[in-house]
Design a protein around this ligand. Sequence first.
Ligand code: ADP
Length: 603
Amino acid sequence: MSRTRPLRRPRWRSLLLLALLLAPLLWPVHYLAERYYRDVLIEQNRQTLDLYVANLLGTLRRYEVLPQILGDLPGVRAALEAPQDPAVLDGANRLLARTRAQTGADVIYLMNPRGVTLAASNWDKPDSFISGNFAFRPYFREALAGRLGRFFGLGTTSGKRGYYFAYPVRKGERNIGALVVKVDLDHTETLWGNTPEQLLVTDTNGVVILTSRPDWRFHASRPLDRVEQAAIAANQPYPTLAPPTLNLDTDAWLTQSRVLEETGWTVNILAPRTLLDRPVRSAVAVSATALLVLLLLLSLLMQRRRHYLERIALDSRAKAELEQRVTERTHDLELLNSRLKQEVLEREQAQQELVRAQDELVQAGKLSALGTMSASISHELNQPLAAIRSYAENASTLLDHQRNDDVRANLGLIRELTERMASIIAHLRAFARRDRHAPERVALQPALDDALSLLAKRRRAMDVELIRDVPDATLWVQAGETRLRQVLGNLLANALDALADKAPPRRIWLSVQSQGDLLELLLRDNGPGFSAESLARAREPFFTTKTSAQGLGLGLAICETLMRALGGELVLDNHPQGGALITLRLRLASPGVNLQPPEDPSP
Ligand code: ADP
């Protein structure tokens, strides 16, 4: 399983992507920060403006009523009434000088109806107003008209900016003069600190009269119309008759204004927009950093999540593969298992078939043998039957002649013949019986002893020597107890038969030897041995070299059949030193418990 990782993108491309991501996010931050700091600045400046305006108005209002109060004073009025009297004038001068000192006004002076100054607070100063004519000033005209005159202007003698309040001095209904209080405005300008914000006070003409920036002073903030230009020429409030235009870059300044109703002035506070730059830049920088950190965290989180998901996917893939492999393996094993079961079943069936086939074969062999035997059987049985018939006919003839002894003799012969027939039939039954017993574990020696004991009497009568070379330890063979006894009995009987006509010494040898998993029981006698013909045909049923009274010719045929059924073998031969040598080959069985029920001992 191979996974191809995507190639790492170049670093600059990631940075560019990050910048592209940040830009739209930072724009609103910039906008909001600018708005916030502008609001803060505006609020601060509004307070400064309020403070300045309050100060300015306070200064002006303090002096507003002073001309009226002073005009009512007898000393002042007397000067207007007796302008020639030096003592009165001196008194007025001193009064005005005293009042000026007390109130902090710049100059206080008294004008007669022609505009000539009769008395002044600065009467004793070099720049004294005494005798000066200020009839051209609009405040004088206003005062003579009976109203409070107000005026901003540059002092003609002092050159200082001042604000003038003029009020008529009345005698009855007549205005006999005007009392003027000049307030110094220069100092209100100096109040303005050395701040980045600038002060700009314009009068009704839009001309700058007070400012924190000396280069802006007496510049027109807007174009002047003809009427205004004429008024400026007539009143001469500024040091110049044609104030130059002030070219302010409005975008560079944040302006807040307040109009003073009383004077018609506009007080402006101008804050350079650059003031906002630094905090806004800082805010943007902080935000950018925060966003960057946030984005990095986010990308880190995403990366971790991706790794986590990849690992989960990998795990689940591995698990699925494992499960798949287990399923396949299980399936294979199940297939193998069912195949094995099938094979076992088939083997069992084959085994059963084999057993059945073997059984059938043995049975078929027997039947075919019986088929071939049937002629012999009928001959064998017909012979005694014919003899019995003739003996019986003879017996009835002999009875007619009262020859009872002869009849008895014939009956005896008949009995013998029937016994022989019974014997033939019994042998045939044993031969043809379907023996279903499978070989079982059988001890050899007891079967041998049984067979020997059955023939012991005859052997002793014949004086046959038994030479037995069989070990005492029990030898276990696969056989049937009854069948083994039957075989051994037949073979021993044949040996005794063979020794019957032999001159002594008569001997029978019994010995055993093992050949792998086979046990061979050797049975030898020192009789005449097998003739060539009997060696070839001895196993055929009803082959015999003996007289009909001695043998039926079924012994070896039955032995052969039984041995085959037991999985053993019967080998007929002659010993080199003469006599028959018969070898009985049996399969060895390991010692242990016999699981099979014992054979039916009946023949
Ligand atoms: P029966 O004993 O009734 O003749 P068997 O089938 O047992 O029938 O034997 C067949 C023949 O084999 C005998 O007639 C005999 O000629 C021969 N035979 C069997 N055993 C011996 C033996 N020990 N020595 C010589 N010949 C034998």
